[in-house]
Design a protein around this ligand. Structure first.
Ligand code: C2O
Ligand code: CU
Length: 445
């Protein structure tokens, strides 16, 4: 059995001679001449040539164009709905006003043929992404998503610094959504991990210049797939969901659940390498199987790898756990029933917890189900205080975090953005099947 799997991978790998080069995603065109406004037009519509489970595109392609802006800019996005169903755009990880959150919960979705203008100030830097939040499982799996890259207000790293070449990598597993509506958690890709990146099947060929520093901005846009990336010489994780990390991490493996992002610095030397995803399943973490080659890296030239960049890492320690007040979120359910709960409730029949703007809460997320769940909170970020009682080595700010089987996470949350904010599992079939709730932040009087 094992031999057969190896042969299969070897055959596939032999076929990689014909592998595509890594596609470079286009940037969205900024239609506004003013320096501090970025105005882009996005049309979501069926793809002219649907393929491999990808049905929809943004401006004609999946992934959609990358939105690039700077912290402090105003972002204006004109969304035109060319689908025959309603849609929205959600700005995953960004602190947007509630009316701009793209959630059809008291704010109507965008009807077919209509245009809606999203407009908000960018308050954070980092790697974010946009995707619909209407019929989310189906629309995201069909290919509606793109990256939002927000550069920090102050250049990062501070000058003088080596040139850093940036590349956005959006990973996805196609055809995860089951048309019967109850896909459970297995997602075809769990057994056949055909990861795609930037709209091409992996492995892809990547040929960066030897002697350069590359920053890979990685988004996991999959609805069910966990991307487990092992350490490689010259590679460090430098940023998470919410911009630059407090400290770099060269140890790995880095596990990105659905909705998660991370940035990697790659100091490219002359040696070829293969970055292969380790087998990993939402049904229990590391699992049996062979690594799945994602990037086949053949540097151009013979220059030595540059020294790591002196990014302005804060080195900050994690905050002390304040103890309380604590809100507990218990995650339950199972693949067998295909029904998922938060505190015994299924969205939309949920109890809405309320907190005044400016107050702090500890969100204690307990996973007492047999699968992992990436917990995501809208409109805010949170600090990871502890995982099973153990604080992280450095301050860690996230908006999406994996909750392993039987794990308990304590998250420090400053409720500073008024609105009705969804908190949910980013395994989209789980969310669809009930694993969502709402946290209400009441505006300061
Ligand atoms: Cu990325 Cu509620 O979503
Ligand atoms: Cu889940």
């Amino acid at each position: 059995m094992r031999a057969r799997a190896l042969t299969w991978v070897a055959l596939l790998w032999a076929g990689a001679a014909g592998a595509q080069p890594l596609p470079v995603l286009p940037d969205a065109t900024d239609l506004e001449p003013a320096a501090d406004v970025v105005h882009v037009a996005l049309t979501v519509a069926p793809l002219a040539a649907p393929h491999d489970g990808f049905e929809y595109g943004v401006n004609g392609a999946t992934p959609g164009p990358t939105i690039r802006a700077r912290e402090g800019d105003t972002l204006v996005v004109e969304l035109t709905n060319g689908l025959d169903t309603p849609t929205t755009l959600h700005w995953h990880g960004l602190h947007v006003p509630f009316a701009m959150d793209g959630v059809p919960w008291m704010v109507a979705p965008v009807a077919p043929g209509e245009t809606f203008i999203y407009q908000f100030a960018l308050q954070q830097s980092g790697t974010y992404w946009y995707h619909p939040h209407f019929d989310t499982d189906r629309q995201v799996d069909g290919g509606l998503y793109g990256a939002v890259i927000v550069a920090p207000a102050e250049p990062e790293p501070p000058a003088p610094a080596p040139e850093v070449v940036e590349t956005v990598l959006i990973f996805d597993l196609p055809a995860e959504h089951a048309p019967d509506g109850h896909s459970g958690a297995h997602g075809r890709g769990q057994r056949f991990p055909t990861w795609w990146v930037n709209g091409a099947p992996t492995p892809v060929e990547w040929a960066p210049a030897a002697g350069t520093t590359q920053r890979l901005r990685v988004v996991n846009a999959s609805s069910t797939g966990y991307l487990a990336l092992p350490a490689l010489p010259g590679v460090r994780a430098i940023a998470g969901d919410q911009g630059l990390a407090a400290a770099p991490d060269a140890v790995g493996p880095w596990v990105l659940g659905p909705g998660d992002r991370a940035d990697f610095e790659w100091s490219v030397g002359p040696d070829a390498a293969v970055w292969a995803a380790e087998p990993y399943s939402l049904n229990g973490g590391p699992r049996w199987g062979d690594p799945w080659p994602l990037l086949s890296v053949t540097p151009v030239g013979s220059a030595a790898a540059p020294a790591p960049v002196a990014w302005p890492f804060s080195g900050a320690a994690p905050s002390a756990d304040p103890g309380g007040p604590t809100w507990v979120y218990a995650l339950t359910g199972s693949d067998r029933t295909g029904v998922w709960f938060i505190n015994g409730e299924r969205f939309p029949d949920v109890t809405i917890a309320e907190v005044p703007q400016g107050a702090e809460r500890v969100l204690e997320v307990r996973n007492i189900s047999p699968t992992h769940h990436p917990f995501h909170l809208h409109g805010h970020a949170f600090e990871v205080l502890s995982v099973d009682g153990v604080p992280p080595p450095h301050r860690r700010i996230e908006d999406t975090i994996d909750v392993g089987i039987r794990q308990t996470l304590r998250l420090r949350w400053l409720a500073d953005n008024p609105g009705d904010w969804m908190a949910h599992c980013h395994i989209l079939p789980h969310a669809e099947d009930g694993m969502m709730t709402v946290l209400r932040v009441l505006p300061a009087p």
